[in-house]
Write a protein that binds this ligand. Structure first.
Ligand SMILES: *Cc1c(COP(=O)(O)O)cnc(C)c1O
Length: 397
Protein backbone atom coordinates (compact mmCIF):
# COMPACT_ATOMS: atom_id res chain seq x y z
CA UNK A 1 0.00 0.00 0.00
CA UNK A 2 1.43 3.39 -0.97
CA UNK A 3 -0.52 5.58 1.43
CA UNK A 4 -0.83 5.00 5.20
CA UNK A 5 -4.43 3.89 5.81
CA UNK A 6 -6.61 6.19 7.91
CA UNK A 7 -6.96 5.60 11.64
CA UNK A 8 -10.49 4.25 11.07
CA UNK A 9 -8.97 1.54 8.91
CA UNK A 10 -6.08 0.89 11.26
CA UNK A 11 -8.48 0.45 14.21
CA UNK A 12 -9.54 -2.80 12.52
CA UNK A 13 -5.95 -4.02 12.16
CA UNK A 14 -3.73 -2.64 14.92
CA UNK A 15 -2.71 -4.83 17.86
CA UNK A 16 -3.58 -8.11 16.15
CA UNK A 17 -1.35 -11.19 16.19
CA UNK A 18 -1.33 -11.83 12.44
CA UNK A 19 -1.02 -15.55 11.76
CA UNK A 20 0.91 -16.33 14.93
CA UNK A 21 -1.94 -17.44 17.21
CA UNK A 22 -3.45 -20.35 15.25
CA UNK A 23 -4.65 -17.78 12.73
CA UNK A 24 -7.25 -16.42 15.13
CA UNK A 25 -8.21 -12.80 14.50
CA UNK A 26 -7.92 -11.58 18.10
CA UNK A 27 -4.93 -11.83 20.43
CA UNK A 28 -5.42 -14.07 23.46
CA UNK A 29 -5.66 -12.79 27.04
CA UNK A 30 -2.29 -13.45 28.65
CA UNK A 31 -2.42 -13.66 32.43
CA UNK A 32 0.79 -13.95 34.38
CA UNK A 33 3.00 -12.95 37.25
CA UNK A 34 6.08 -15.23 36.99
CA UNK A 35 8.04 -15.23 33.74
CA UNK A 36 10.16 -18.38 33.38
CA UNK A 37 13.58 -18.67 31.75
CA UNK A 38 15.56 -21.71 30.56
CA UNK A 39 18.65 -20.65 32.54
CA UNK A 40 20.01 -17.92 34.80
CA UNK A 41 22.12 -16.30 32.09
CA UNK A 42 19.07 -15.74 29.86
CA UNK A 43 17.17 -14.25 32.76
CA UNK A 44 20.05 -11.94 33.63
CA UNK A 45 20.24 -10.79 30.02
CA UNK A 46 16.53 -9.90 30.08
CA UNK A 47 16.57 -7.87 33.28
CA UNK A 48 16.10 -4.13 32.92
CA UNK A 49 15.08 -4.49 29.28
CA UNK A 50 11.52 -3.33 29.78
CA UNK A 51 11.90 -0.57 27.16
CA UNK A 52 12.75 -3.26 24.62
CA UNK A 53 9.55 -5.02 25.67
CA UNK A 54 11.52 -7.92 27.11
CA UNK A 55 9.67 -8.90 30.24
CA UNK A 56 10.90 -10.39 33.48
CA UNK A 57 7.82 -10.00 35.68
CA UNK A 58 4.05 -9.68 35.33
CA UNK A 59 4.07 -6.10 36.62
CA UNK A 60 5.78 -4.98 33.41
CA UNK A 61 2.71 -6.07 31.44
CA UNK A 62 2.56 -8.60 28.66
CA UNK A 63 1.51 -8.87 25.04
CA UNK A 64 -2.12 -8.16 25.88
CA UNK A 65 -1.09 -4.83 27.42
CA UNK A 66 1.28 -4.10 24.53
CA UNK A 67 -1.45 -4.65 21.95
CA UNK A 68 -3.63 -2.07 23.72
CA UNK A 69 -0.67 0.30 24.15
CA UNK A 70 -0.10 0.24 20.39
CA UNK A 71 -3.75 0.91 19.59
CA UNK A 72 -4.07 3.77 22.10
CA UNK A 73 -0.79 5.36 20.96
CA UNK A 74 -2.07 5.27 17.36
CA UNK A 75 -5.45 6.78 18.34
CA UNK A 76 -3.69 9.68 20.06
CA UNK A 77 -1.00 10.07 17.40
CA UNK A 78 1.78 9.56 19.97
CA UNK A 79 4.79 7.26 20.01
CA UNK A 80 4.05 5.38 23.23
CA UNK A 81 1.19 4.69 25.61
CA UNK A 82 1.46 3.48 29.19
CA UNK A 83 -1.61 1.56 30.38
CA UNK A 84 -2.69 2.21 33.99
CA UNK A 85 -5.63 0.81 35.98
CA UNK A 86 -7.94 3.87 35.86
CA UNK A 87 -8.33 7.23 34.22
CA UNK A 88 -7.54 8.77 37.60
CA UNK A 89 -4.23 6.87 37.65
CA UNK A 90 -3.55 8.33 34.19
CA UNK A 91 -3.79 11.77 35.86
CA UNK A 92 -1.84 11.02 39.04
CA UNK A 93 1.01 9.03 37.42
CA UNK A 94 2.37 11.81 35.18
CA UNK A 95 1.86 14.45 37.89
CA UNK A 96 4.01 12.35 40.24
CA UNK A 97 6.45 11.59 37.41
CA UNK A 98 7.17 15.21 36.47
CA UNK A 99 6.82 16.99 39.83
CA UNK A 100 9.14 16.95 42.83
CA UNK A 101 9.28 18.71 46.21
CA UNK A 102 9.60 22.46 45.74
CA UNK A 103 7.80 22.50 42.36
CA UNK A 104 4.54 24.23 41.46
CA UNK A 105 1.79 23.11 39.07
CA UNK A 106 -0.86 25.23 37.37
CA UNK A 107 -4.24 23.50 37.04
CA UNK A 108 -7.44 24.55 35.26
CA UNK A 109 -10.39 25.37 37.53
CA UNK A 110 -12.47 22.87 35.50
CA UNK A 111 -10.11 19.99 36.42
CA UNK A 112 -11.71 16.52 36.74
CA UNK A 113 -12.92 16.29 40.37
CA UNK A 114 -10.94 13.28 41.62
CA UNK A 115 -7.77 14.66 39.99
CA UNK A 116 -8.39 17.92 41.80
CA UNK A 117 -8.77 16.08 45.13
CA UNK A 118 -5.49 14.28 44.50
CA UNK A 119 -3.75 17.55 43.68
CA UNK A 120 -5.15 19.39 46.69
CA UNK A 121 -4.53 16.56 49.14
CA UNK A 122 -1.52 14.49 48.02
CA UNK A 123 0.68 16.94 46.11
CA UNK A 124 1.13 19.37 49.05
CA UNK A 125 2.13 16.38 51.20
CA UNK A 126 4.86 15.72 48.65
CA UNK A 127 5.98 19.35 48.85
CA UNK A 128 4.37 20.37 45.55
CA UNK A 129 2.32 23.58 45.43
CA UNK A 130 -0.84 23.75 43.27
CA UNK A 131 -2.79 26.71 42.04
CA UNK A 132 -5.69 27.13 39.67
CA UNK A 133 -6.33 29.32 36.65
CA UNK A 134 -9.59 30.19 34.89
CA UNK A 135 -9.95 27.54 32.15
CA UNK A 136 -10.83 30.12 29.50
CA UNK A 137 -8.32 32.74 30.68
CA UNK A 138 -6.35 34.52 27.96
CA UNK A 139 -2.74 33.32 27.66
CA UNK A 140 -1.38 36.50 29.28
CA UNK A 141 -3.49 35.84 32.39
CA UNK A 142 -2.14 32.29 32.67
CA UNK A 143 1.42 33.47 32.00
CA UNK A 144 1.16 35.95 34.87
CA UNK A 145 0.50 33.00 37.22
CA UNK A 146 3.71 31.18 36.28
CA UNK A 147 6.13 31.16 39.23
CA UNK A 148 9.90 30.57 39.12
CA UNK A 149 9.26 26.99 40.35
CA UNK A 150 6.31 26.20 38.05
CA UNK A 151 7.06 22.96 36.25
CA UNK A 152 3.75 21.68 34.78
CA UNK A 153 0.90 23.42 32.95
CA UNK A 154 -2.10 21.10 33.10
CA UNK A 155 -5.03 21.36 30.65
CA UNK A 156 -8.42 19.75 30.26
CA UNK A 157 -10.53 20.74 27.25
CA UNK A 158 -13.45 20.82 27.47
CA UNK A 159 -13.51 20.95 31.27
CA UNK A 160 -15.33 18.50 33.52
CA UNK A 161 -19.06 19.27 34.03
CA UNK A 162 -18.84 22.86 32.77
CA UNK A 163 -17.26 22.18 29.34
CA UNK A 164 -15.04 25.25 28.98
CA UNK A 165 -12.91 24.98 25.85
CA UNK A 166 -9.26 25.87 26.24
CA UNK A 167 -7.03 27.33 23.54
CA UNK A 168 -4.71 24.33 23.69
CA UNK A 169 -2.24 25.38 20.95
CA UNK A 170 -1.81 28.82 22.53
CA UNK A 171 -1.33 27.35 26.02
CA UNK A 172 1.12 24.64 24.91
CA UNK A 173 3.09 27.34 23.04
CA UNK A 174 3.24 29.28 26.33
CA UNK A 175 4.40 26.13 28.15
CA UNK A 176 7.17 25.62 25.58
CA UNK A 177 8.28 29.24 25.76
CA UNK A 178 8.46 29.08 29.57
CA UNK A 179 10.02 25.60 29.79
CA UNK A 180 6.97 23.88 31.32
CA UNK A 181 5.71 20.37 30.67
CA UNK A 182 2.17 20.53 29.22
CA UNK A 183 -0.33 17.81 30.11
CA UNK A 184 -3.81 17.48 28.62
CA UNK A 185 -6.72 15.34 29.75
CA UNK A 186 -8.01 14.44 26.27
CA UNK A 187 -10.76 12.03 27.31
CA UNK A 188 -13.62 14.08 25.79
CA UNK A 189 -11.56 14.67 22.63
CA UNK A 190 -10.63 11.07 21.91
CA UNK A 191 -10.36 10.48 18.12
CA UNK A 192 -11.42 14.11 17.60
CA UNK A 193 -8.39 16.03 18.88
CA UNK A 194 -4.78 15.15 18.13
CA UNK A 195 -2.85 16.32 21.22
CA UNK A 196 0.69 16.11 19.82
CA UNK A 197 -0.19 18.10 16.70
CA UNK A 198 -1.27 20.84 19.12
CA UNK A 199 1.96 20.91 21.12
CA UNK A 200 0.96 18.74 24.10
CA UNK A 201 3.77 16.85 25.87
CA UNK A 202 1.71 14.32 27.86
CA UNK A 203 -1.81 13.21 26.98
CA UNK A 204 -4.19 11.57 29.45
CA UNK A 205 -7.02 9.22 28.52
CA UNK A 206 -9.67 7.58 30.68
CA UNK A 207 -10.11 4.40 28.60
CA UNK A 208 -13.03 3.68 30.95
CA UNK A 209 -15.07 5.95 28.69
CA UNK A 210 -15.46 5.42 24.90
CA UNK A 211 -12.53 3.03 24.32
CA UNK A 212 -14.05 0.44 26.62
CA UNK A 213 -17.45 1.76 25.61
CA UNK A 214 -19.65 -0.71 27.47
CA UNK A 215 -19.57 0.56 31.10
CA UNK A 216 -17.86 -2.61 32.32
CA UNK A 217 -14.16 -1.70 32.46
CA UNK A 218 -11.98 0.82 34.29
CA UNK A 219 -8.68 1.66 32.63
CA UNK A 220 -6.47 4.61 31.75
CA UNK A 221 -3.55 5.53 29.54
CA UNK A 222 -0.77 8.11 29.52
CA UNK A 223 0.38 8.85 25.99
CA UNK A 224 3.67 10.55 25.08
CA UNK A 225 5.55 11.38 21.92
CA UNK A 226 9.25 11.08 22.83
CA UNK A 227 11.43 8.26 24.14
CA UNK A 228 12.50 10.47 27.08
CA UNK A 229 8.89 11.11 28.15
CA UNK A 230 8.10 7.42 27.76
CA UNK A 231 10.93 6.52 30.16
CA UNK A 232 9.79 9.10 32.72
CA UNK A 233 6.15 7.95 32.73
CA UNK A 234 6.79 4.21 32.40
CA UNK A 235 9.39 4.15 35.17
CA UNK A 236 7.07 6.05 37.53
CA UNK A 237 4.15 3.72 36.71
CA UNK A 238 6.37 0.72 37.54
CA UNK A 239 7.63 2.31 40.77
CA UNK A 240 4.03 2.96 41.82
CA UNK A 241 3.05 -0.65 41.05
CA UNK A 242 0.57 0.39 38.37
CA UNK A 243 -0.80 -2.72 36.71
CA UNK A 244 -3.99 -3.19 34.70
CA UNK A 245 -5.89 -6.46 34.46
CA UNK A 246 -5.16 -8.19 31.11
CA UNK A 247 -8.86 -9.13 30.89
CA UNK A 248 -9.76 -5.44 31.09
CA UNK A 249 -7.09 -4.59 28.48
CA UNK A 250 -8.59 -7.22 26.20
CA UNK A 251 -12.07 -5.76 26.62
CA UNK A 252 -10.73 -2.26 25.89
CA UNK A 253 -9.04 -3.61 22.76
CA UNK A 254 -12.37 -5.07 21.65
CA UNK A 255 -14.07 -1.74 22.39
CA UNK A 256 -11.50 0.15 20.31
CA UNK A 257 -12.55 -1.76 17.16
CA UNK A 258 -16.01 -0.16 17.11
CA UNK A 259 -15.19 3.12 18.85
CA UNK A 260 -15.09 5.33 15.75
CA UNK A 261 -18.54 4.14 14.71
CA UNK A 262 -20.01 4.53 18.19
CA UNK A 263 -18.57 8.00 18.66
CA UNK A 264 -19.85 9.19 15.31
CA UNK A 265 -23.38 7.87 16.00
CA UNK A 266 -23.45 9.09 19.60
CA UNK A 267 -22.19 12.59 18.71
CA UNK A 268 -24.84 12.93 15.95
CA UNK A 269 -27.56 11.78 18.38
CA UNK A 270 -26.23 14.08 21.12
CA UNK A 271 -26.40 17.08 18.78
CA UNK A 272 -30.00 16.20 17.91
CA UNK A 273 -30.95 15.85 21.58
CA UNK A 274 -29.02 19.01 22.57
CA UNK A 275 -30.70 21.06 19.82
CA UNK A 276 -34.09 19.91 21.06
CA UNK A 277 -33.17 20.82 24.64
CA UNK A 278 -31.78 24.22 23.63
CA UNK A 279 -35.15 25.12 22.09
CA UNK A 280 -37.10 24.31 25.29
CA UNK A 281 -38.38 27.24 27.39
CA UNK A 282 -37.22 25.50 30.62
CA UNK A 283 -33.60 25.56 29.39
CA UNK A 284 -31.35 28.56 29.90
CA UNK A 285 -28.11 27.29 28.32
CA UNK A 286 -26.75 24.17 26.63
CA UNK A 287 -22.96 23.92 27.08
CA UNK A 288 -21.78 21.61 24.30
CA UNK A 289 -18.75 22.73 22.30
CA UNK A 290 -19.82 20.65 19.28
CA UNK A 291 -23.16 22.49 19.13
CA UNK A 292 -23.29 25.63 16.96
CA UNK A 293 -23.94 28.64 19.17
CA UNK A 294 -22.58 26.99 22.33
CA UNK A 295 -19.77 28.60 24.30
CA UNK A 296 -16.50 27.12 23.03
CA UNK A 297 -17.90 26.18 19.60
CA UNK A 298 -15.40 28.39 17.72
CA UNK A 299 -12.39 26.64 19.28
CA UNK A 300 -14.07 23.27 18.75
CA UNK A 301 -14.54 24.08 15.05
CA UNK A 302 -10.93 25.14 14.71
CA UNK A 303 -9.27 22.23 16.55
CA UNK A 304 -11.64 19.23 16.66
CA UNK A 305 -12.96 16.80 14.05
CA UNK A 306 -15.65 15.31 16.31
CA UNK A 307 -16.22 14.83 20.01
CA UNK A 308 -17.98 13.12 22.85
CA UNK A 309 -21.75 12.80 23.33
CA UNK A 310 -21.50 14.53 26.72
CA UNK A 311 -22.82 18.00 27.48
CA UNK A 312 -24.30 20.25 30.16
CA UNK A 313 -27.75 21.82 30.39
CA UNK A 314 -28.52 24.74 32.70
CA UNK A 315 -32.19 25.26 33.55
CA UNK A 316 -33.91 28.60 34.04
CA UNK A 317 -33.18 29.95 37.53
CA UNK A 318 -36.86 29.57 38.57
CA UNK A 319 -36.60 25.77 38.71
CA UNK A 320 -35.59 24.52 42.15
CA UNK A 321 -33.25 21.59 42.86
CA UNK A 322 -36.08 19.27 43.92
CA UNK A 323 -38.03 19.94 40.71
CA UNK A 324 -35.03 19.31 38.44
CA UNK A 325 -34.12 16.17 40.40
CA UNK A 326 -37.72 14.95 40.02
CA UNK A 327 -37.49 15.58 36.26
CA UNK A 328 -34.31 13.44 36.12
CA UNK A 329 -36.00 10.74 38.24
CA UNK A 330 -38.89 10.63 35.78
CA UNK A 331 -36.64 9.86 32.79
CA UNK A 332 -37.08 6.24 31.71
CA UNK A 333 -34.26 5.84 29.17
CA UNK A 334 -31.54 7.80 30.98
CA UNK A 335 -29.68 6.13 33.84
CA UNK A 336 -28.62 8.23 36.84
CA UNK A 337 -24.94 7.76 37.55
CA UNK A 338 -21.33 8.83 37.14
CA UNK A 339 -18.99 8.14 34.24
CA UNK A 340 -19.87 8.19 30.52
CA UNK A 341 -18.74 6.84 27.16
CA UNK A 342 -20.82 3.68 27.35
CA UNK A 343 -23.56 2.68 24.90
CA UNK A 344 -26.32 3.85 27.26
CA UNK A 345 -27.67 7.31 28.02
CA UNK A 346 -27.19 8.98 31.39
CA UNK A 347 -28.41 12.10 33.19
CA UNK A 348 -26.68 13.42 36.28
CA UNK A 349 -27.63 16.57 38.21
CA UNK A 350 -24.45 18.59 38.70
CA UNK A 351 -25.71 19.69 42.13
CA UNK A 352 -22.93 20.25 44.62
CA UNK A 353 -20.27 18.22 42.80
CA UNK A 354 -18.50 21.30 41.43
CA UNK A 355 -15.42 22.52 43.29
CA UNK A 356 -14.28 25.80 41.75
CA UNK A 357 -11.82 28.43 42.97
CA UNK A 358 -13.30 31.08 40.65
CA UNK A 359 -16.95 29.98 40.92
CA UNK A 360 -18.88 28.09 38.25
CA UNK A 361 -18.82 29.46 34.72
CA UNK A 362 -22.46 28.35 34.41
CA UNK A 363 -25.16 31.00 34.87
CA UNK A 364 -27.28 30.68 38.01
CA UNK A 365 -29.68 27.71 37.79
CA UNK A 366 -29.76 23.95 38.24
CA UNK A 367 -27.51 22.04 35.84
CA UNK A 368 -27.73 18.47 34.54
CA UNK A 369 -25.00 16.63 32.64
CA UNK A 370 -26.32 14.41 29.84
CA UNK A 371 -24.56 11.51 28.14
CA UNK A 372 -26.21 10.26 24.95
CA UNK A 373 -25.83 6.58 24.13
CA UNK A 374 -26.75 4.43 21.15
CA UNK A 375 -30.52 4.57 21.66
CA UNK A 376 -32.69 6.03 18.92
CA UNK A 377 -32.51 9.82 19.48
CA UNK A 378 -36.25 10.13 18.72
CA UNK A 379 -36.96 7.87 21.71
CA UNK A 380 -34.60 9.88 23.92
CA UNK A 381 -36.34 13.11 22.89
CA UNK A 382 -39.78 11.59 23.57
CA UNK A 383 -38.56 10.58 27.03
CA UNK A 384 -37.17 14.07 27.69
CA UNK A 385 -40.41 15.58 26.42
CA UNK A 386 -42.56 13.77 28.99
CA UNK A 387 -40.06 14.65 31.76
CA UNK A 388 -39.91 18.34 30.78
CA UNK A 389 -43.69 18.56 30.75
CA UNK A 390 -43.63 17.30 34.35
CA UNK A 391 -40.94 19.86 35.19
CA UNK A 392 -43.05 22.72 33.85
CA UNK A 393 -46.14 21.46 35.68
CA UNK A 394 -44.15 21.13 38.92
CA UNK A 395 -43.03 24.72 39.10
CA UNK A 396 -45.81 26.49 37.29
CA UNK A 397 -48.64 24.58 38.97
C1 LIG B 1 -13.86 9.78 34.06
C2 LIG B 1 -12.77 10.74 33.85
C3 LIG B 1 -11.49 10.49 34.36
C4 LIG B 1 -11.20 9.34 35.29
O1 LIG B 1 -11.42 8.08 34.74
P1 LIG B 1 -11.70 6.83 35.69
O2 LIG B 1 -11.36 5.66 34.81
O3 LIG B 1 -13.12 6.91 36.09
O4 LIG B 1 -10.76 6.94 36.86
C5 LIG B 1 -10.49 11.38 34.06
N1 LIG B 1 -10.72 12.47 33.30
C6 LIG B 1 -11.95 12.75 32.81
C7 LIG B 1 -12.14 13.97 31.99
C8 LIG B 1 -13.01 11.90 33.07
O5 LIG B 1 -14.22 12.20 32.62
Amino acid sequence: MTKTPSLRTRLSHLGRPGHHIHGLVNPPVHRGSTVLYPDVATRDAHRGQVFKRTLTYGLEGNHTHMALEDVVAAIEGGQHAVIVPTGLAAITTPLIAYLKAGDHVLLPDSFYGAGREFSDDMLPRMGVACSYYRPSAPVAEVEALILPNTRVLYLESPGSYTFEMQDVPALTALAKRRGLVSMLDNTWGILAFQPFEHGVDVSIQALTKYVSGHSDVMLGAVIVNTEADWHIVRETALLLGMYASPDDCWLALRGARTMALRLERQLASAIEVAEWLAARPEVQEVRFPALPGSAGHEIWKRDFTGGASLFGVVFQPGYRTAAVNAMVDSLELFGIGASWGGYESLALPVGTSLTRSFGSTYPQGEAVRFHVGLEDPADLIADLDQAMQKLSANTLG
